[in-house]
Ligand binder design. Sequence first.
Ligand code: SAM
Length: 292
Amino acid sequence: MLSLSPSAELIIWARKKEKVPHYYNYELMKQLNGDKQMKDVWKLPAIAKWEKSCGKHPTQKPLSVLTRIILASTKPGAWILDPFTGSSTTGIAANLSNRRFLGIDMETEFLEISKNRKLEIENPTLAESYRSKISGFETKKQLELYLVEEPKEKEKVVLGYVRSKDIAKLIKQKTFYFHSTDKQNNLIGFPYDLHNASKIVIYSGGRTKLFYLTSYYGEIESIQHKHKTEIKGKKNSITEYYFEVKLKDNFQQDFRIESKKEIKKWMNEYKNEYSREQIDYLPFLTLAENIF
Ligand SMILES: C[S@@+](CC[C@H](N)C(=O)[O-])C[C@H]1O[C@@H](n2cnc3c(N)ncnc32)[C@H](O)[C@@H]1O
């Protein structure tokens, strides 16, 4: 029986919550569409032979599709997750475009293909050659040139609360903790990209004192998501999650922080948005440039 062969796939563009900001690179998409606003129907060629150099996945996607999705919706350095990664076309497109990637699949056979594809592009000459072969660009060099010029991510700075009496301990241990205090064990208010923060600014205050910036700030060495059954000193809390933030040795006092307009504005917004109890534990992340 003759039938029409399917020639399109649907891409769903969604976000978890309205409050999570999304990113769309309008200008680049326009450029890739002959200087007209990008349309919601993309005509890109089927997967090419060179994309299967490490073996076959039955439903492997073309790199051109994933590259366009990634460039349209992420900034350089972004973390991209594909929980059904297959041969990791998403990951290869992400890494070729200077983004980070995490993939999950239940089939070790497919993860093997993924690993080999990743190993291939660790060779810079091969990576460059692949970039020049990805469809959807006007010239072979367009993607490579665009990636060189693509604006870098702004530095992410996180604001953390420490009780005045615990500041000495923080200076000594250089380990900071963010907790969730939500009774339903939801990580309310946790910024979705906390893991990308590179600096921390400490504020303090107490029950009788107003919040104030301590002038302590430092670079973040690592952020790890940990488990806990109860917050120290909060006997009835059922909070279960916290983040352990290791600070680098250059954690110090810098009085210039107090005069930084961006941080002041940020503190005020913060105070208005959250309750006293939430403020004690929640981090507040901002994008900040040239603060220090
Ligand atoms: C459509 S394929 C992804 C193809 C991929 N985009 C590529 O270009 O190679 C979906 C993948 O999801 C994996 N998968 C299906 N159910 C899964 C599950 N419950 N957990 C993890 N992986 C799963 C399958 O093994 C398959 O490789």
